[in-house]
Write a protein that binds this ligand. Sequence first.
Ligand code: PRP
Ligand code: GLN
Ligand code: MG
Length: 507
Amino acid sequence: MCGILGVVASSPVNQLLYDGLQVLQHRGQDAAGIATANGKTFHMHKGSGLVRDVFRTRNMRSLSGHAGIAHVRYPTAGSADNLAEAQPFYVNSPFGVVLAHNGNLTNTEELKAEMYRHDLRHINTNSDSEVLLNVFAHELANRVEGFELSVDAVFEAIAAVHRRVKGAYAVVAMIAGYGLVAFRDPNGIRPLVIGTCEQNGQTEYMFASESVALDCSGYSLLRDVEPGECVYVSFEGDFHSKMVAEGAQHAPCLFEYVYFARPDSVIDGASVYQARLVMGDMLADKVRRVLPELDIDVVVPIPDTSRPSALQLAVSLNLPYREGFIKNRYIGRTFIMPGQGVRKKSVRQKLNPVGCEFRDRNVLLVDDSIVRGTTSREIVQMARDAGAKKVYFASAAPAVRFPNVYGIDMPTRAELLATGRSEAEIAHEIGADAVIYQDLEALEEAVHSVNPKLKHFETSCFSGIYVTGDIDDAFLDRVESARKKGSEGPEAQMLDLNLNVAEQNLI
Ligand SMILES: O=P(O)(O)OC[C@H]1O[C@H](OP(=O)(O)OP(=O)(O)O)[C@H](O)[C@@H]1O
Ligand SMILES: NC(=O)CC[C@H](N)C(=O)O
Ligand SMILES: [Mg+2]
C-alpha cells in the first residue's frame, strides 16, 4: 500500500510535500520520491528508504515550484530494492508527464505487450505503475490538437485509461506546463481525498491517500475523489472534475479500515478510528459466543493498529484493558517490510512483554488481523514465556485466506496462515488456546455503520471474491507458481509474469 500526495499551491511546495509524506509513512517504508513543477520544468528526487533518509537539504532546495506530487512505496510489483521502481515515474512525451500510483494493476502483462506492439512504448522496469503512466501518456498524446491540451482531452484520456487498465489505482500525475490530474479506479479500491486551503487570495488544492495528510498540512477535507472520477487542477489553480468511467461502483478496500490507514483518517466518509471501535464491539460479541465462560483476566492489544478495537472490546466485555506489550517506537511496521526473515526478527525487536500483566493470568490478545502469522506466533510465545496461564487470540478481521491482487503483498495462499486450516488448527499453529475471528458480515457492518452510504466493499482476501471480475484460479495459480520458483518478494512473481508475456505475445 503506497501513499500518494499532490498539491497545486501559490507558494513553494517542497516542504509541504515532505511533511505530508512523513504523515503517510505508515503506507510505505521502502522508497520515497517527490516531483515538483516549476514552469515547464519538472524537478525530481527519489530514493530507497524512509522519507527522512531520502531527502537531504540539497535535494529539497532543488525541488522548486508551486505544484508537485509525492510517493511513499510499499512494493507489490517489481522488487523492493530496485531504485528504478521508486516513484514518481517520468515520461517525456507528450509535454512531459510524472505520475505516482497507489494500488496494483491486474492486467499489467497484457498492457505491457500492447505497449510494445501497438503503442511503440518501452517499459524499462517491472513496475505496473510505469505501465500505467505510459498508457496515460499514450492516450493523452492521441488527444493533443496541435500543441494545445484541453481539459476535455485530459478527461477523455483518463476515460480511455479506465477502458484499458484493470485493477486498483489511485493516481496523481502532472502534465508539464498544464496542471495536476487525480483519478481513482472505477471501484474506488484505494483511497484518495481532496483538501483545500485559502492562501494569498487563491484556493490551493491538495490530494492525499489519507485525510490525515491534509490535517497536518493545514488543508481542510473537501471530499473524496469519486471512483471513476477525474479531477484536473491547472497550475493556475482552476479546478475541473468529471465522472469519466462507465459503470463505476464503489467498493473500497476493507483492509484499509482494518490495518492500513491511520486511525485519525477519514476514508470515503468513514472515520477509520470509529470503524475500529465498532469492530471491537462486534468482536466482543463473537468472543462472548465462542467463550461463554469468559475465563479472561485481562485484554491486551498488539500495538499499534489493534489498539482502538482492543480497547472497545475490553469495555464491551467489562474486562481490564492493559498495555502488556511495549512497542519500540523506532521500529516500523512489520507487515509491510520486505522478506519474512526481517519481518520475523522485527517482531521481537518491536514488541516486548510487561511481565506482571501475564503472570498467572488468562489473557485475551487482540490484533487487527492475522495474515502470515508472523506476529501472532511470536506474541503468543512471549505471553507464555512471561507466565500466562491461558492465551486466547482474537482478530478484528476475519481469517485471511485468499491472495490480494490490489496493492497488498499477500500473493500466495500457501503463505497465509489461515489457508486450508480450521480455527482449531490455526490456534494450534500459533500456540494459542483458542483463536477467535471476526465474521466478515460483522466487519462490513462495522464500516457501513460509520458511513451508511458504503454498501459494497473489496473483501477478496477474506472472501475470495474479486471486484474487478478478472481474477480467476488461473491468474492466482500463475502468481503462485512464479512466487514458488523465485525467492521471496514480488520480484520473482513479476519477472515470471513478464516472461509469460514474452512467450505468449511477443516472440
Ligand atoms: O500475521 P502477520 O503476517 O504478522 O500480519 C499481521 C500483523 O502485521 C501488522 O502489524 P505491523 O507490525 O505491520 O503494524 P502496526 O504496528 O501498525 O500494528 C498487523 O497489525 C498485525 O499485527
Ligand atoms: N502498494 C502499492 O500501492 C504499490 C504500487 C505499485 N504497484 C508498486 O509496486 O510500486
Ligand atoms: Mg500490528
